[in-house]
Design a protein around this ligand. Structure first.
Ligand SMILES: Nc1nc2c(ncn2[C@@H]2O[C@H](COP(=O)(O)OP(=O)(O)O)[C@@H](O)[C@H]2O)c(=O)[nH]1
Ligand SMILES: [Mg+2]
Length: 496
């Protein structure tokens, strides 16, 4: 790909900054850790639990520096980027620990700096600066747009909207699209209507019953501070892939805005955030996809391919080696594993591995180590064997959040939970062999997309965060599943 002027300017800016960051890094070794995932994947809970555990000396046996007793302490420090909101750690901890409520959802990028004081294996006291950057996965999934024309993106989006459960959800938008004359004069109100209907279609796909993952452009669902701006007021048109719009046409206007979206949204995000990350964890709410059904799982699989492509796209778009995305470790983590009995944790990990490997086979992530994990940043459940009719079922125990209900709300025996009572749930067993999910002609399981609540094969209830046993004024760290293993993979090598 030939370098354009804007690429060159971008590279010059990045080079200037890299030199500054490199200089700073000599004094205090710094790791910039990106935490991403689609909305509600568990980013806020993950960062809160991670910091809480490090600050409070949590139980992290697999995290070597800590289990070897080499961590002297961890403290929060002012973050380096003045223009990025601070991750509101204190409020999130208060919600989790004092109120036993999940933190409120955020829809923005945020940052938090943690300084870890440790003793190196050679005995010297050192500090590692860990900058955590929490950003919406929706924004990351925009990077592939950099290499796509408006016409190609339109064609792909239209094609995808005709498949599976998307077809029905896309009907109102597609009906409006059919009334548009792309070559006709530009019409602002038509553009507004099209953008609104298109956004509604994306939001419907994201709904928990469908739980689709691959829905660019990301700002349509996560607008940040751009809601309502012209750069977000466009939608795909039914036009030829290699066509050229007549000047003054609706097509020309949509194309211009699509290009503006790339310039004012996608490129700056790439330059200011993504390209600067040293390590990346991608959180995935795989269980919600299972809850929704096979189409959502296959959509998630496509999203993996796109995600991995993002690392490759950086390499193609910015040619100089200094300026490539530099993340050298990428961890894909299925979150909320506490919704499953531990007998299923390895199965969840195996399914994730299978999906990621299929994606890796097609994407080039040269230079980065990739791993997968099933974890729970905050473990909200306990385990129990429940006898039913001669069989024992591996169940989980937890307190469902107030307002959650068992089964569909309109059934007579359906219960609304009060947020205080502990219940046992049999969540269902994930398949032992992940291939049975992906093999051609695989028997589909039943999810919310196609079945009612009672008929689904998996059942995931929203539990409250766990009670903590406080001893004196010491607040213990939150219980978790495999959070320490994630930590070891992400920063363990930097604490030697
Ligand atoms: N049981 C359980 N639920 C979780 C966990 N992490 C996240 N959740 C649930 O997922 C929701 C979204 O998490 P959050 O961290 O806000 O997601 P974000 O949008 O990616 O920041 C929370 O409100 C919880 O209900 C976990 O480790 N265990
Ligand atoms: Mg969040």
């Amino acid at each position: 790909m030939a370098l354009t002027l804007s690429d060159l300017i971008e590279q010059a800016r990045l080079a200037a900054r890299s030199a500054v960051e490199y200089g700073g890094g000599l004094i205090n070794p710094t790791v910039r850790l990106g935490i991403t995932g689609l909305s509600r994947a568990g980013k806020t809970v993950f960062i809160t639990a991670l910091v809480h555990g490090l600050v409070r000396n949590g139980r992290f046996p697999v995290f070597e520096a800590l289990s070897e007793g080499r961590i002297a302490g961890a403290r929060l420090a002012p973050q380096p980027d003045d223009a990025v909101p601070r991750f509101d750690y204190e409020s999130h901890v208060r919600a989790l620990v004092a109120d036993r409520a999940w933190p409120e959802s955020t829809r923005q990028i945020s940052e938090l700096r943690l300084v870890i004081a440790y003793q190196s294996r050679s005995g010297a006291m050192r500090e590692l600066v860990l900058d955590m950057v929490d950003y919406p996965g929706e924004w990351l999934l925009d990077l592939p747009l950099l290499g796509k024309t408006f016409e190609a993106w339109s064609a792909e989006t239209l094609e995808m909207s005709g498949r599976g459960p998307r077809a029905r959800l896309a009907t109102p938008w597609r009906a409006h699209l059919a009334t548009l004359d792309a070559a006709g004069p530009a019409d602002e109100s038509a553009a507004i209507d099209a953008a609104r209907l298109f956004t509604e279609y994306l939001a419907a796909c994201r709904n928990e019953r469908y739980a689709m993952s691959l829905l660019p452009p990301g700002r349509f669902l996560m607008p940040g501070d751009l809601a309502g701006s012209p750069a977000l007021t466009f939608a795909p048109l039914d036009v030829a892939r290699d066509g050229t719009p007549p000047s003054g046409s609706l097509w020309a206007m949509m194309r211009r805005r699509y290009e503006a979206y790339k310039d004012v949204v996608v490129r700056p995000f790439f330059r200011d955030h993504f390209a600067r990350l040293d390590r990346q964890i991608v959180l995935i709410d795989a269980l919600s996809a299972f809850n929704a059904g096979p189409e959502a799982v296959s959509d998630l699989q496509d999203a993996f391919r796109s995600l991995l492509d993002c690392f490759e796209i950086g390499r193609r778009t910015f040619l100089s080696s200094l300026l490539r995305p530099r993340a050298d470790r990428i961890l894909f983590a299925a979150t909320k594993a506490d919704h499953l009995h531990h007998t299923n944790h390895d199965r969840l990990e195996a399914i994730l591995r299978c999906m990621v490997e299929r994606a890796i086979a097609r994407a080039d992530v040269a230079g980065a180590a990739v791993d997968v994990i099933a974890l729970s940043a905050v473990r909200a459940t306990r385990e129990a064997e429940v006898r039913r009719g001669g069989a024992t079922l591996p169940c989980i125990l937890g307190v469902p959040a107030a307002g959650e209900h068992s089964g569909s709300g309109n059934r007579k025996d359906s219960k609304i939970f009060d947020g205080k009572t502990e219940v046992a749930v049999f969540p269902g067993d994930l398949p032992d062999d992940p291939d049975t999910l992906f093999a051609p002609g695989a028997v589909p399981f039943r999810g919310l997309t196609a079945a009612s609540d009672e008929e689904t094969d998996f059942r995931f209830v929203r539990f409250r965060p766990p009670p903590l046993e406080t001893t004196g004024d010491e607040v213990p760290a939150l219980p978790h599943i495999r959070l320490d293993r994630a930590l070891q993979f992400l920063i363990g090598d930097r604490l030697k």
